[in-house]
Every structure is written in C-alpha cells, then in structure tokens.
Write a protein that binds this ligand. Structure first.
Ligand code: ATP
Ligand code: MG
Length: 585
C-alpha cells in the first residue's frame, strides 16, 4: 500500500488483535462484491481478496494534521502488513462545514504520505454521502421493526430528558407510538415538511441505561442545508454515531480503529449493527470497533476548529503555513513523508493518553534526512571576510562531498576567492574563553578551503564591524598533502561573495509560547509566539538548486527547503525545517 516498505514492525495490541482474528478465521468467510453495499449486494459477491479491511474516515471540513497522520499510518500500514485493503472514506454527513476544497487537499496529503487506496485493481475511495439512500432505507427498517421512532420534541427538549450520569432519562411521550405513525412522520421529515430542529428520529434502546449514549440516541435530524455533493436532495442528515457503523458495515470493514473518546460509543455501534444484521440488511461478519490513544503534540493545536480560527482570523498565512502542524504546513516547512511515517512508527499505539514532545517530530526529520540530504553552505547573517593576500582576479575551485556519509560519493564544487561571506558570529574582536573561530591573531580552517590567520577588521563610524581581514596560508588547502601541517581548533563555513546566490531565508520558532496551548481554559490565541517567523536576507552556495520537495542540509544551520508557494528560481525563498540539534530544550 505504501511505495516503500518499512522495517519489521514493532508489535502492538492492535496487531495482536488482527493476528488472532486471522488465526481464528474470523473474517475468512467474508464476501466482497467489488463495491460497498447492504447484504443484498455483498452476498452476491465472491470471497474477499483482502485479508482485512480498515479505513481512514476524515470529515472534509478542514485540512489534515499530524494527528491524522497517526491514524493514516496506522490504518494504511496495518492493511499493508496483513495483505488487506484500507479505504479512504470521506465522512461527509455534515453539510454545513464540508467543502470540495478539503476533499482535494485530503487526497493530496494521503498520497503525499505515500499511501494509496487501490487494492487488487479496485479504488477504495468512498463518500458517506453516497450511502444516504441506503442509510435511510435502514432507518425505515428500524422504525418498522420497532427499533426507532420519530420524537416530536425539539433538540433542547430531547437533551433535557436525557438525564445525567447519576440519574436516568425520561421516556419521550412519542416513544411508544405506532410504527406506521413514525414511518409517516419520518417520510414527512425527509420530504421537507418540517423546519429544522422540530423533530428527530431516535433509536429506541434504553432511557435508563448507565451509558448515556444508549439513551435513545438521535439517528436523523432535520437540516435544510445544501450538501457539497448531494446538493438539495436531502433535508435530513444522519448523526455521526449512526452513520459511522453503517458506513463501516457497508464497506465490509473488519477492524474499525478510532480514538479513545469513542470507547463509550462502542455498545451503540454494536447495537446498530446487530439490529440491522437481524433484519437482514447487513452481511455478516460485522465490523468491530477498537480504540487507541490519539496523538497530542506539545506546542501546537490540532483541533480543526482551532486551526480554522488561526487561518480565518489571519494569525497564520493559510492552512499550509509552515508553522502549522497541518500536513500541508509540514510539507511546506520541509518535512518529508518518510520522516512523518518514521515519527508515527516511533509513537507506536497504545490505549494510554500521552503528550508527545514536539522535538520528537523534529528528531524524526533529522534521522530521515541526515543519511540522504545533500549538503551545502548558507550564510544567514553575513559579514565579508577579505583574504588580503589572495589575488582579486584568482578563482580557485574547492570540492566537498555532497553527503559526508558517502565521502567517495558525489562531489560538489565551489570557488574560493578573495572576498567571502561568513557568519557575523564567526568573528569576535574580543573573543570569550573557548572561542576558537576568527579573532585577531587566530587561525581557523575555512571548511574545504584554506587555513587563514585573522589580521583584524574594519569598522564603520558607529563601531560596527563591516569587514574582517585575514591572510591565507598557502599549502593548507583541504585535500592537498600539506592540509594538516598546521593545527587549528576552529572550522567555519564560507561562500565566495562573487558567486553566492542571494536568498530570503525564513527561520521558524514554535507557534505558541506555551507547551500546552489548548489545555485547561487557556485562550490559545493569547499564547501565539510573536517571533514564530523571522525572515533574513542571506546567501547560498552557488549550485544549490532550490526547488520545493528537496530538503537540504545547510552545514551547521539545519535542514532547509525552498518554499513551494513563494520561491522563484531567480529569487529563492527558503524555509528552515529544523535546526541540526534540539535548540529548545
Ligand atoms: P476534529 O475533532 O479536530 O475535527 P476529528 O478527529 O474529528 O478532528 P476527523 O476528520 O473526523 O477529525 O478524523 C479522521 C480520523 O482521524 C478519525 O478516525 C480520527 O480518529 C483520526 N484522528 C484525528 N485526530 C487524531 C489524533 N490527534 N490522533 C490520532 N488520530 C486522530
Ligand atoms: Mg470528526
């Protein structure tokens, strides 16, 4: 299912469940008709070629974030590892906030992460809205069998009669009405005869259940709203808790993985499936729901509502702002799909809620890129270094490995000249103790070039250093026989000023100043870090082809990528994905 296979997976409780199910042959008799459907469709199929079926069911009401990546890697990864299929299902049962833009963005990001929903030539990409008709037929079947009724109370009245954790709910006066009456009202609801919120279809379970989710939950509510795919065809929409088990069953899902907050919904999930199976509407074996702990990452917010607020109120540039934990933002920032998969693998799965430090994500990026990223030099805070004994008209080529982990692999080449750009911080007129870089009288190596001895500096009228001066020591060029004759304690990076490529470089910091911006009753908007993005004008080594999708290591500085929106070949804009070390701790 993914383009690359991962190393031998670490076992976890979900793998154990699947392995036991496969061993017991629990899903061996399943039929698959090549498409989702009720029992009538599924029973006409043949043996399911997929050992298991899982699904990733996003609601297309926002962009995917790093939390979704955990669910994607889990669902697609398990299907791949057990020769199963993973469906991409748009859970678009809520007309108000759903849009095609989000559907496209979700497809784009799941593909980018390296996953694919094709199995044995079948494209398992589905929309819950395609099931509206069959779902409605199921609802009529439940009403006819006495398992559901139309309650003419308002949403507020229904809520008030639900009881509390310690007190049972009260039966609605419509609970025991004849099935024909409920059926007629349900049809009238569907036909648009009633305004929003005047009545609802409810499951008839148990108003005294200690599990509030079983106190006659609502199946359908009236909502006169256009849907991004079905338009005005419907004015009643299914509730998530009713739609979800039906969607899973129609698609022949075997293992339905969701986050822990749905644990209390599982009895209701099972109740719906059991009733519909008894009524001959659903094929056996039925799906099972399992819960795992969601990903909570420090220094970010991952609620779609809060992300939307950040975007819509202009606190960030858009859903793909490089500071956001959206997958589009992480991609733009320079994260690779492999680094996100590695991160999710390291997270593992468990039933215990925990908070993961943001640095874990950054470390996964470094570990992914260190062996493979091309190296280059960049200077972020430039000051000129003049090699006073080097002729102005001379240009001398220097070489360095593209990746030092492969010293004999591809080489890069760049010129050494009289005037170079170095980092301002690599020179001190009065060095502190243990400072081994440039200061008057000290010698340092210009990496892959010559050893130079600092002779002084030039200052402007305000005392600010404008130029550093040094003399090079002939015969000390890297890679030549005399290179190690002179010992130095410091090495610095540099770029020939005449050849350097100018670039805008964007340096990012945490978007929030608080590790848990959305915990308790904190107002996350007041915790935005005003210095989360700093833009500098710097220089790049000649030969850096800055194009989005290729993340470089700029030596000593971190991992960088060309910004996919703002960068131009002749005017590069570069994002720093992460520093080389954790500078936050
Ligand atoms: P929100 O509540 O912010 O809208 P959501 O969880 O409702 O997010 P969905 O689009 O419904 O978003 O999620 C699709 C799938 O991704 C669900 O199966 C959900 O369990 C999973 N998911 C969402 N957030 C996380 C997370 N932080 N960790 C693990 N899985 C997650
Ligand atoms: Mg949701």
């Amino acid at each position: 299912m993914t383009t690359e296979s991962s190393p031998a997976p670490v076992s976890n409780f979900l793998r154990t469940i699947i392995e036991n199910d496969l061993k017991a042959g629990r899903y061996a008799q399943r039929l698959w008709a090549g498409r989702p459907g009720p029992a009538s469709v599924r029973m006409a199929g043949s043996a399911d070629p997929a050992n298991i079926r899982t699904r990733f069911p996003p609601e297309p009401n926002g962009y995917l974030h790093i939390g979704h990546a955990k669910s994607i890697c889990l669902n697609f990864g398990l299907a791949r590892d057990y020769q199963g299929a993973c469906h991409l299902r748009f859970d678009d049962t809520n007309p108000e906030k759903e849009e095609d833009e989000y559907v496209h963005a979700i497809i784009d990001m799941v593909r980018w992460l390296g996953f694919d929903w094709t199995h044995e030539g079948q494209t398992n990409c589905y929309y819950a809205s395609d099931y509206f008709e069959v779902m409605y037929q199921f609802a009529e079947a439940l009403v006819t069998a006495g398992h559901a009724y139309v309650d003419e109370h308002s949403a507020e009245e229904i809520r008030q009669a639900r009881g509390t954790l310690t007190e049972p709910g009260t039966d609605s006066p419509w609970r025991d009405r004849p099935a024909e009456e409920s059926l007629a009202q349900l049809r009238a609801m569907r036909d648009g005869k009633y305004p929003d919120g005047t009545m609802a279809l409810r499951a008839r379970i148990d108003m005294a259940s200690p599990n509030i989710n079983l106190r006659d939950p609502v199946l359908y509510r009236i909502r006169h709203a256009a849907h991004h795919r079905t338009g005005d065809a419907w004015c009643i929409y299914p509730m998530y808790s009713w739609a979800h088990p039906v969607e899973d069953a129609l698609e022949g899902i075997t293992h339905s993985f969701c986050t822990l907050e749905f644990e209390d919904q599982r009895p209701y999930y099972d109740w719906i499936l059991a009733r519909l199976a008894e009524l001959g509407q659903l094929a056996q074996p039925l799906p099972h729901q399992y819960e795992f702990a969601r990903l909570n990452l420090s220094y970010v917010v991952t609620s779609k509502r809060k992300l939307r607020q950040l975007v819509e109120e202009g606190h960030v540039q858009g859903w793909d702002d490089p500071r956001l934990p959206t997958l589009a933002g992480l991609r733009r920032r320079g994260y690779t799909p492999a680094s996100i998969r590695l991160f999710c693998e390291r997270l593992g799965v468990s039933k215990a809620d925990s908070r993961i430090d943001y640095s874990t994500l950054e470390q996964a990026l470094r570990d992914d890129l260190d062996p493979i990223a091309s190296r280059a030099v960049a200077v972020l805070d430039p000051i000129k270094l003049v090699i006073t004994n080097f002729p102005a008209d001379r240009t001398e080529p220097c070489t360095a490995p593209v990746n030092p982990h492969e010293p004999d692999g591809a080489q890069r080449s760049f010129p050494f000249t009289r005037e170079l750009w170095i980092e301002r911080d690599d020179f001190r007129e009065d060095p502190p103790r243990k400072y081994f870089r440039l200061f008057p009288g000290n010698t340092v190596r210009l990496k892959y070039g010559y050893i130079v001895r600092c002779t002084g500096c030039v200052k402007d009228s305000e005392g600010r250093v404008t130029e550093v001066h040094a003399e090079y020591l002939p015969d000390t060029k890297s890679g030549t026989p005399g290179a190690s004759a002179v010992k130095v304690k410091g090495t610095i990076t540099w770029i020939s000023a005449a050849h350097a490529v100018p670039a805008e470089i964007r340096l990012y910091d945490r978007l929030f100043t608080d590790a848990h911006p959305d915990s308790g009753d904190k107002d996350f908007l007041t915790l935005i870090n005003p210095e989360s993005c700093r833009s500098v004008q710097g220089w790049l080594e000649p030969g850096v082809q800055a194009e989005p999708g290729v993340t470089w290591q700029f030596e000593r500085l971190g991992y960088f990528v060309a910004d996919r929106i703002d960068s131009r070949i002749d005017q590069p804009v570069i994002n720093r994905a992460t520093t080389l070390r954790d500078t936050w701790a």
